[in-house]
Write a protein that binds this ligand. Sequence first.
Ligand code: NDP
Ligand code: MG
Length: 389
Amino acid sequence: MKKISILGSTGSIGLQAAAVVRKYRNDFSVRALASSSNIEELKKQILEFRPEVVSIQSETLSAELKGWCRSKGVKTRVVSGDDGLVEAAEVNCDIVLSAVVGFAGLKPLLAAINKGRTIALANKEALVVAGDIIIKKAKSRKSEIIPVDSEHSAIFQCLKNENGGNIRRILLTASGGPFYRSKKPLSEITAKHALEHPTWKMGRKITIDSATLMNKGLEAIEAHHLFGTPIEKIQIVIHPQSIIHSMVEFADSSVIAQMSYPDMKLPIQYALTYPERRPSDVRPLDLFSVAKLEFGKPDFRKFRCLELALAASSIGGTMPAVMNAANEESVRLFLDGAVSFTDIPKLIERAMKAHKPLRNPALDDIFESDRAARASVVEGLRGLKRLKC
Ligand code: NDP
Ligand code: MG
C-alpha cells in the first residue's frame, strides 16, 4: 500500500487525485491533505480518508476545523499557515502529490524532496521559479519526480527506455486555448469568456494561463528542467484536438507521441501508480470518430505572454521568478476585474524590464525577486489607472 500526501487536495487536480485513490482504495492510504480555505471539502475528505494530518492556510479556519474534528471523534491533527503546509509535505509517506497552485507550492515541494519522497508534480510554478535548485536537490536526496502535467507525463512516457542524449526536439502540444481562432479583439475578453476552456476543465489560474498561452511558456520551462532539454529544443505545436499530449523527436528522426482523450485523471493516475499501469475510467480512443488531428504554429505577436515566458527562461537566473510572480499577480487582478486581458502581458513585461537578474540565485534571492515583482505589478496597476483616467 502506498502512503500518500495530497497538497492542494480541494483543487481541480486534488479532487481528481482523490477520485483515483477512491478507485484504488486498497492500494493507497492518505496520510496528509492540505488546502487554502475550502473547509467543507476538507471535512468530507477527512471523514473519507482519515489522514494523520490536515493543513489549512488560515488560523481561524484551522480552529474551526479542530473543533469539528473533536466533535466527530476524528484523531486527525489540524495544522495551519505555511508551516502547516510544510508539515503536510513532510508527513511520513511514499509519495507527495504537489498540486497547490502557484509560488506557494515551492516551500512544501522542497520540504518533501528533502525527505527523499517520490513527488507527483502538478505545481509547475515551483519548477519555473527554482528549477535548478529543485532538480539538484532531488538528485542529491534521491527523490524521484513524476510529472502530472499531461504534456510532461506524455514526454516522460515517450522517454521510457530511451537515452535522453538522443533527444533532438521536444514537441510540446497546446490546445491553443479559447482564443486561438477567435477574431474578437483580445482587449474585449472578460474573465467569464477566458474561464471557458474548450478541452480542459481546470482551476481558475491555469485556465487564464491557458487563454493567454502563458501556460505553454511555463510548461516549456517545466520541460526544460524535468528533462534537461535546452529551451531552444522545445518546440510549441498548436494542436486544437488535444489528443496528442506531446511528442519527442529522436536523433534518427523517429517521433514518439502519447495519445488519449484529454482527461487529467489519466496522467494523475499514471503518476500515482507508476511504474505500474492500471485500467482507468478514460474512454478508449476512437481514432475514426476523432478523424483528424491538426497542427499549427503559435502566434507570438497575438499571445505576448508566451514570448515573455520563453525570454525569461533564456535570460535565466531570477528572471523566471519575476515573470512568474508578475503573471500570478496580473492574473489575480484580471480575475478581480481590475485589469484587462491585454494588460496581463504589459504588467509582466514592465516587471521584467525593471528587474536586474541575478545569476545562480539562492532560494532567498528567488523569494526576494518574487516579492519585488509582485510590488512592481501593483505599481504598474496604478500607472495603467492613470493612463485610463
Ligand atoms: P486549483 O485552483 O483548482 O486548486 C489549487 C489547490 O491548492 C486548492 O486545493 C487550494 O485550496 C490549494 N491552495 C492554494 N493556495 C494554497 C496555499 N497557500 N496553501 C495551501 N493550499 C493552497 O488549481 P489546479 O488544481 O487547477 O492546479 C494546481 C496546480 O496544478 C497548478 O500549479 C497548475 O498549474 C497545475 N496543473 C493543473 C492542471 C489542471 O487540469 N487543473 C493540469 C496541469 C497542471 P482551496 O481549494 O482551499 O483554495
Ligand atoms: Mg499541461
